[in-house]
Design a protein around this ligand. Structure first.
Ligand code: GLP
Length: 241
């Protein structure tokens, strides 16, 4: 793992954006793995700025998102599809047909999970996966206890994740209980990963992920097995390293 500590979330997000931009310039048909949540927002804003002012071209890029809440239609304001449309896709020239977010309305999740993985493989695999991290150290929706070899599947959200996400749904009761998520094993197959974490509430999860034992209780720690991970932090999230 290569750990980069920047002075602020802005600086860290710019650093991440420059890695994404470098890839897209070198490989216009890059396959990006994208994440939702508050953490990557500044990265997406920087990519939009680079598109608008430097002509960064997304026209041949394909994307796969990590996860989606079960039961939410793509039009739901809290669905991850809606998040991606509003915070990135509609501001850049990506072909929306080449963007993939797991379908929270699939009927048969076992089949759907395999299909999502097959789509990733047919596209050539993910070149660069963007990741955030939960306070309990989870990546995507691979909650504590997820198998480190897991594939795209249905997952029950942990109580801590439900509490953390209640702010988006008005109440804990409003948060979906299930999500479809790429597995830890799926994520580890990406050619490169960028893990972003900002703020002191992520410090413990980052210490466990970067320096702790590899454990299914902190699924981010599985990234220690990956050969090309860049961890981009601010001083607060790095404070327990
Ligand atoms: C959810 C998402 C994760 C994200 C995490 C942290 O659990 N499934 O992909 O990393 O929240 O979110 P935030 O960046 O808002 O702290």
């Amino acid at each position: 793992m290569r750990v980069i500590i920047e002075s602020s979330a802005e600086q860290g997000s710019q650093r991440a954006a420059s890695i994404v931009a470098q890839l897209v310039r070198k490989k216009p048909r890059a396959i990006l793995g994208l994440a939702t949540g508050g953490t990557p927002l500044k990265l997406y804003q920087e990519l939009i700025r680079m598109h608008q002012s430097e002509g960064l071209d997304f026209s041949r890029v394909t994307s796969f998102n990590l996860d989606e809440y079960v039961g939410l239609p793509p039009t739901h304001p809290q669905s991850y599809r809606h998040f991606m449309t509003e915070n990135l896709f509609r501001h850049v020239n990506i072909d929306i047909r080449n963007t993939h977010v797991p379908d929270g309305r699939a009927l048969d999740y076992e089949t759907y999970g395999s299909q999502y993985e097959a789509m990733i493989n047919e596209a050539g695999g993910i070149d660069l996966q963007i990741l955030g991290i939960g306070r309990d150290g989870h990546i995507a929706f691979n909650e504590p206890g997820s198998s480190l070899g897991s594939r795209t599947r249905l997952k029950t959200l942990a109580p801590e994740t439900i509490r953390d996400n209640a702010r988006f749904f008005g109440s804990e009761e409003g948060v979906p209980r299930l999500a479809i998520t790429m597995g830890v094993g799926t994520i580890l197959e990406s050619k490169k990963c960028i893990l972003l974490a900002f703020g002191k509430e992520k410090a413990e999860a980052i210490a466990a992920t970067v320096e702790g034992p590899v454990t299914a209780q902190v699924t981010g720690s599985a990234l220690q097995f990956h050969q090309d991970v860049v961890v981009i932090l601010d001083e607060e999230s790095a404070s327990q390293l």
